[in-house]
Design a binder for this molecule. Sequence first.
Ligand SMILES: Nc1ncnc2c1ncn2[C@@H]1O[C@H](COP(=O)(O)OP(=O)(O)O)[C@@H](O)[C@H]1O
Ligand SMILES: [Mg+2]
Length: 1063
Amino acid sequence: MALQVELVPTGEIIRVVHPHRPCKLALGSDGVRVTMESALTARDRVGVQDFVLLENFTSEAAFIENLRRRFRENLIYTYIGPVLVSVNPYRDLQIYSRQHMERYRGVSFYEVPPHLFAVADTVYRALRTERRDQAVMISGESGAGKTEATKRLLQFYAETCPAPERGGAVRDRLLQSNPVLEAFGNAKTLRNDNSSRFGKYMDVQFDFKGAPVGGHILSYLLEKSRVVHQNHGERNFHVFYQLLEGGEEETLRRLGLERNPQSYLYLVKGQCAKVSSINDKSDWKVVRKALTVIDFTEDEVEDLLSIVASVLHLGNIHFAADEESNAQVTTENQLKYLTRLLSVEGSTLREALTHRKIIAKGEELLSPLNLEQAAYARDALAKAVYSRTFTWLVGKINRSLASKDAESPSWRSTTVLGLLDIYGFEVFQHNSFEQFCINYCNEKLQQLFIELTLKSEQEEYEAEGIAWEPVQYFNNKIICDLVEEKFKGIISILDEECLRPGEATDLTFLEKLEDTVKHHPHFLTHKLADQRTRKSLGRGEFRLLHYAGEVTYSVTGFLDKNNDLLFRNLKETMCSSKNPIMSQCFDRSELSDKKRPETVATQFKMSLLQLVEILQSKEPAYVRCIKPNDAKQPGRFDEVLIRHQVKYLGLMENLRVRRAGFAYRRKYEAFLQRYKSLCPETWPTWAGRPQDGVAVLVRHLGYKPEEYKMGRTKIFIRFPKTLFATEDALEVRRQSLATKIQAAWRGFHWRQKFLRVKRSAICIQSWWRGTLGRRKATKRKWAAQTIRRLIRGFILRHAPRCPENAFFLDHVRTSFLLNLRRQLPRNVLDTSWPTPPPALREASELLRELCIKNMVWKYCRSISPEWKQQLQQKAVASEIFKGKKDNYPQSVPRLFISTRLGADEISSRVLQALGSEPIQYAVPVVKYDRKGYKPRSRQLLLTPNAVVIVEDAKVKQRIDYANLTGISVSSLSDSLFVLHVQREDNKQKGDVVLQSDHVIETLTKTAISADRVNNVNINQGSITFAGGPGRDGTIDFTPGSELLITKAKNGHLAVVAPRLNSR
Ligand SMILES: Nc1ncnc2c1ncn2[C@@H]1O[C@H](COP(=O)(O)OP(=O)(O)O)[C@@H](O)[C@H]1O
Ligand SMILES: [Mg+2]
């Protein structure tokens, strides 16, 4: 049986570690999330994570092989159902980090690989959710990792649990109590460099919020014989070495100690004060700090150290025999220190160490001790002082751990988590009383373990209505009885021997034992043994056939150790101690108490019974530690050693019990959920009861009737192979299912996505269309309104301005004005202008003028002075001739030229004659005589003052502008013209008849120069001119086909000029 699950309301299925607990079932009909049963899927990787899944579960070899395979891969944890088996790796595997804690928090047992933290978390969650006290029982042999596991558990709780509202220091105290207890209670042994020499049960109290609020420690049977004697290769308790190594000079001086452990007889017996794996100096620092954390005052530390030192001094007390063979203390110095450190009277102590006080018939007698007895008394005192101090220390730690809030309501609802770190089964070459006690303790715990496991198993079968098939297992009650039974048990017999008057010795005890329990199948002595076994048994030995193996005990020292005698006067001396710790350890009431104190074995038995009771009252969880080799080496898997431990830890038993009925059990819902895909009827959903579904499913899978049973809520599968076959089928099915599911899921996923995108697109589209539509509608509405207003305005456009036509009129106006810009005339000659609306006529006119002015202005600004002059002259020409003379139009496109004769064409004599007068214009002309009208070639020069007619190199005539009265010209296309001269001017020869090829240019320039623009006459028909004094001439102009200038018969000059264009 391996996997039990619980369905929690979240739909999650979690592992039930304690199967007999009522299961909470809150199954949502659909969504049951089945935890991956990693134990199943991981079985092919590195062994099986849970031994119950071992096919060959009865084979120790298979069991060990599985352990080995996993150990090789540093997988030190494996389950047997809810029990955690741990193999000490002897190396730091980095698996206890904060991340690991987080990983194991709140997850199901089987979701993650086996780990101590999985147990820790499961226990904690059970504690919180069910509010039942829990106990984690950690067992295993010395060096198997119990203490380490306890520490890791504590650390897990300290780091992951919420902090209490008040007294947050509890977490520190819980953690810090450890180094102190380890210093005083742990020692290096052959098995373990940090072996706990006491049993420890620690309660951690949690408030209702799950925060640790207090703690309590129970300690069991400190191995005090170690104080005075250690085997070779072993050490005394750590604290002695720590103090000597790490203590300050000043402290050591005060305590009268030397730094060298070799100086102390109690520390040299094992001959190994120094151990490479232990750093006493740094450990001491840790301990010193821890002492402060757990509320030790400086004085208390002082007192405690005094006691530790006094034990060392006690060890160095030597005796010498006097003449009467009575022991005498020879080491005065040690005595002196002792007196001071223990705060006792020196003389009393000396006497107590060398004498024994006997009370006989009410009288006290002092009997001197011989050397042997004195040494015994000294060692007894050392042991008593140390062990009682240890007990006091535990009490002190408990006071510090005790919840300070005991009265608060949260305290009342605390739950307790117990951690049991107790010495494991021990077998040495020589086994004595201590081993007897320890192994008895292990028997008890094993009994409890089997009982609880079996019980839970049985309860589950009952609850499920499955017929309980008795499991064959080794019930070690018989051995427990052998040890602890009243009157007949070994402890009773031992006590009896210790208490009876007369000469009782270890051997008489053995005889008594032989007498009383000789028929017990698990008991053997030399006398009772058969021939063959007798050889392996000494006469002073007895053998117990423990569940874990045979152990031979030597009876030597049994009585003494059981009696644990401390001579009365030593007790008295210690009771008088002023050292506060000592006075608490040695109570005076002890002296007056006539009743004999309980023997050690009985005390131990009682405390064990009490422990069993405590454990029974709690939900147990188990961690079974295994030590892989004796050399404390990583990676070494000593099969013999491990097989032995597997045996005495009862792991095979445990597995058998778990597997007695069924290897696997599972809630119907979960089973169906996991495997429903293997049967067409149950896949994909089963509508009926899960139980029926499972029935259909297993029938389909072909389970044989002996392979499984149907319980009330669970299916029970007997063999792992059935389950594995199912798992294999599932694995195959999964591949195809996965593909299908993936395809379906992808299809679904993408379809969803597509639909989402589509929805979004539609949404955006409709919104956008809406927006566009609204915009368009607004625009249309506006347009319609505008058109309507325009039409109405148009109809009423001639009416006076009113609201109906205002818009139209404004529109016409603005559009006229706005369009005007584009319709402006291109240049000054362009006379086009858009027609303005009536209201703008005036403005339009103004604008037009402005526009023209602007164009003119712009034009004027842009022209050169020469061009300006040209234009001015052209303007004058236009003024004079436009529409009046026929050949004027031909002259218009021809530019006026500043002069038609170059300076070289004018005679220098002429220039000389003109003097300083510049020539403004020169042009060749033809002069017609006044009489014969003979044409003669001449030059016409214009100066600022006169028109000069030049004949070759001679100025023929000079007409000052003042004398130029006018200019006549015909309206025809000829180029004749007459310059009229003042008649009164006698110097003048009369008017001059000239002809210029550039008549318009010549006349324009002459008129301008002479300022006779208004005096140019354009005649039709004829021109009369003064030919000389009293003689006038006439020129007749007639239009004709071609130019002809002749003297007419009437003496007139007849000019026929072609008509070029009609005027
Ligand atoms: N889980 C572990 N990881 C690493 N080392 C460990 C582990 N458990 C034990 N050890 C080593 O083994 C030693 C002995 O372990 P310890 O817990 O003291 O044994 P026990 O208490 O069973 O006698 C430790 O000091 C430590 O070095
Ligand atoms: Mg330990």
